[in-house]
Design a protein around this ligand. Structure first.
Ligand SMILES: [Zn+2]
Length: 501
């Protein structure tokens, strides 16, 4: 008997043993409570067997500062299994919230997304990530008996690109009547700076994630990933998703990566490779700005089109990769600062990829925050470090009104407080979304694979779901998923970290 057969036999014996005990103790199998007991016994046996799975060797999980830290290591299938197993409750919960949002905004059923995942995305996913995604399903099922399959998990991994890039493109192709007016998202405020701009002359990078509070309150995983091939990675992320996706990550070859999304982006290539795959691959395999760019361009599908802000701590060089579908542009420097708040700036990208975006409207969220970044970075030239970056991520200066007020135009976004919403992203008045967490690091910390992170609004403010829903019944559909989002403390995480307990 080989190892896996021996294991399968052992699991079967445990399950049969449970069934025999149940049979002996109950006699009358027709009663509902007896049936429940049987189900519970089988579930316990499954969990016991799953917890002893050799694929879990080396993996770990702990919670700190409102974050869940998981360490994954090994070959792709094992890392996926660890991910699915260790985060099973959070994946089930995150999947429910995210899939409800995708169905609600697009008016397409879940089967539509499964089909897109299966037919369009899956065939172009690299074998190692197919194995990792399959592993997530196996780990999840082993832990909870989940009914989710690999098509569900792939569609879920593409939650930034299918509803807001693929569906609008498809609606246009199909000339769909009464199609919802879907807009690509505008997520995040970020910067990367180097040379005479920073306190120690080395790179500083910071990012806050803007999304719906429904999804954002769940965006609380720190992934420490030691893959069999490629570089070690430390990144924030969403349970069940293989890329950081918001994005913020560093790797052991010194690459520093973040981005903000391009507002009012239009376009999709059904023959391209999913963005979540390219973004994960680039963080895992790129050791330079050139390599990063090459991987992101390979099979570019236009999905989740971002302005990538990059740093290479080995050279002190930073870059901005404005990745459109029809056009793209790369800027780089060893002495400067690049900021992002969801605007494109290359004339060609603006013209061919974001035809609706108005770069001159000073009142819009992307442009008002752009003006604030310029002010703030210039004011602090030569003083920028991680402590200052933390403060910047929580900034509430509104450049359009020239006053302090937490709203949709401030670097720390609070759209739930704005009667204007953000119409460029389809966020109506008082939309429950904004900055949901922040992260920062510098070159010295990256060398030691460390970053700081804060869950919730980077300013420390709390969002409370109940009073919000009472005041805004137009968002009642979110009620089953929308939870309080309370800010945690700035907390440091590092690769190879163990729980304090
Ligand atoms: Zn704030």
């Amino acid at each position: 008997m080989n190892d896996s057969m021996r294991r399968a036999t052992a699991i079967l014996l445990v399950i049969l043993g449970g069934a025999a005990l149940w049979w002996a103790g109950n006699g009358a199998p027709a009663s509902a409570s007896a049936n429940d007991a049987m189900v519970a016994t089988v579930a316990a046996a499954r969990e016991h067997a799953a917890a002893n799975d050799p694929r879990l060797k080396g993996a770990s999980r702990f919670e700190e500062g409102g974050w869940i830290y998981v360490h994954l290591e090994g070959d792709p299938g094992a890392m996926g299994y660890q991910h699915g197993y260790l985060l099973a409750p959070e994946i089930e919960d995150g999947f429910a919230a995210v899939s409800a949002g995708m169905v609600h905004s697009t008016r397409r059923d879940w089967e539509f997304f499964r089909k897109a995942a299966h037919e369009m995305l899956w065939p172009k996913i690299d074998a190692e990530y197919q194995q990792e995604l399959q592993g997530i399903v196996e780990g999840l099922r082993a832990r909870t008996g989940s009914k989710l399959d690999v098509d569900d998990i792939v569609a879920f991994n593409a939650f930034e690109e299918l509803p807001d890039y693929y569906v609008p493109w498809l609606n246009k192709q199909q000339r769909a009547a009464n199609a919802p007016n879907l807009k690509s998202p505008g997520n995040c405020s970020a910067f990367v700076a180097t040379g005479s701009w920073t306190k120690d002359g080395q790179i500083v990078m910071a990012h806050n994630n803007w999304t719906s509070y429904r999804n954002g309150e769940r965006w609380r995983i720190v992934f420490d990933i030691a893959p069999k091939s490629g570089y070690r990675m430390l990144m924030d992320g969403f349970p069940g998703v293989i890329a950081s996706d918001d994005d913020f990550g560093i790797n052991s070859d010194g690459l520093m990566v973040t981005e903000t999304t391009i507002t009012q982006f239009e376009g999709w290539d059904p023959n391209g490779k999913a963005e979540f795959v390219r973004a994960r691959k680039a963080l895992q395999y790129a050791g330079s700005i050139d390599e990063y760019t090459k991987i992101m361009l390979d099979g570019n599908n236009g999905g989740y089109a971002n302005d990538w802000l990059l740093g290479d701590r080995k050279t002190g060089e930073i870059a901005q990769l404005e990745l459109g579908l029809k056009a793209y542009k790369l800027w780089r420097t060893k002495d400067g600062a690049f900021a992002g708040s969801n605007w494109a700036r290359d004339p060609k990208v603006l013209k061919v990829d974001t035809p609706e975006f108005d770069p001159d409207n000073k009142e819009s969220s992307p442009n008002a925050r752009r003006a604030r970044w310029e002010e703030l970075l210039k004011e602090n030239k030569g003083k920028i470090d991680v402590a200052l970056a933390e403060k910047m991520l929580g900034d509430h200066a509104d450049t359009a009104q020239k006053k302090e007020e937490a709203n949709e135009r401030t670097l720390c976004g609070h759209v739930d407080g704005s009667p204007r919403g953000v119409k460029q992203w389809g966020w109506q008045a008082y939309y429950p979304g904004g900055a949901v967490q922040g992260k920062a690091t510098d070159a010295a910390m990256t060398k030691e694979m460390r970053f700081v992170a804060r869950m919730g609004h980077p300013c420390g403010g709390d969002f409370l779901a109940k009073p919000f829903l009472a005041a805004h019944p137009e968002y009642a559909w979110e009620e089953p998923y929308l939870r309080d989002m309370k800010a945690g403390p700035w907390t440091e995480f590092r690769s190879g970290q163990a729980s304090k307990e």
